[in-house]
Design a binder for this molecule. Structure first.
Ligand code: B16
Ligand code: MG
Length: 214
């Protein structure tokens, strides 16, 4: 086999919580007078950390906020977001995604999560995957977010496999940049499927089964 393991981004690859991010940022924005935060704007937040996402939202405000106020705003967004995540269940994991993950595991590959989200474990618990992966690296164990490769390098360390033997699957350009910077093979799906820096471009996760055999 060409690779020993796969690191999956969570949001946009395994499950889809971007609509919840959108609703939460929109509600937060409205509480401080921002009424024009669109789904298109929300697109720019993919793979970006919570505080960086807040800065993008605040580009739409003339007001200046102190760092303390910004932390409070980020906390409030997270409260709204987690209330929305609370409604998630195993039904939010596509059957085909779960089948592909099981097929990859059955081939002897080590599987990990590499997510910018501090809510990754909560989301994984909701969709029934908390104990499925061999390692979880998330927003809680990093100091630099994507495009810095830290989250993936930590996942590789937890798996005890070197980056050159691992594939990273990402939906965000910042995530592909992080994979390239870390020395991983990169697979772009969704938004990242049109990104020239993706080593492999896929439409469906099942295509990973071909890539690992190549
Ligand atoms: P949180 P991923 C990312 O998850 C999301 O794509 C991004 O929109 C979000 O801002 C980021 O997590 C931080 O999320 O506020 O829950 O810590 O794609 O890296 O799995
Ligand atoms: Mg993502």
């Amino acid at each position: 086999m060409k690779y020993k393991g796969i690191i999956f981004d969570l949001d946009g690859v395994i499950c889809f919580t971007d609509e919840y991010h959108y609703l939460a940022w929109k509600e937060l924005g409205e509480s401080i007078g921002i009424f024009n935060f669109t789904r298109e704007d929300n697109h720019r937040l993919r793979g970006v950390s919570r505080m960086e996402s807040l800065e993008i939202l605040l580009e739409k405000s003339k007001r200046k906020f102190s760092l303390e106020e910004k932390f409070k705003l980020a906390e409030e967004k997270n409260r709204i977001y987690r209330n929305l995540l609370a409604k998630m269940s195993e039904a939010d994991l596509e059957q085909e995604t779960f089948t592909v993950l099981k097929d990859l595991k059955a081939k002897g590959l080590k599987l990990a999560i590499g997510s910018s989200s501090k809510n990754a474990r909560y989301i994984l618990e909701k969709i029934g995957l908390l104990t499925f992966f061999d390692a979880i690296s998330d927003g809680n164990n990093i100091t630099k977010s994507k495009p810095n490769p830290e989250v993936f390098l930590k996942a590789a360390g937890l798996l005890n496999i070197k980056p050159g033997d691992l594939i990273v699957v990402e939906d965000a350009k910042a995530g592909i940049d992080a994979a390239v910077a870390g020395g991983f093979a990169s697979v772009g799906i969704g938004d990242a499927a049109n990104y020239e820096k993706s080593d492999y471009k896929i439409e469906k996760l099942r295509e990973l089964l071909d890539i690992i055999e190549k």
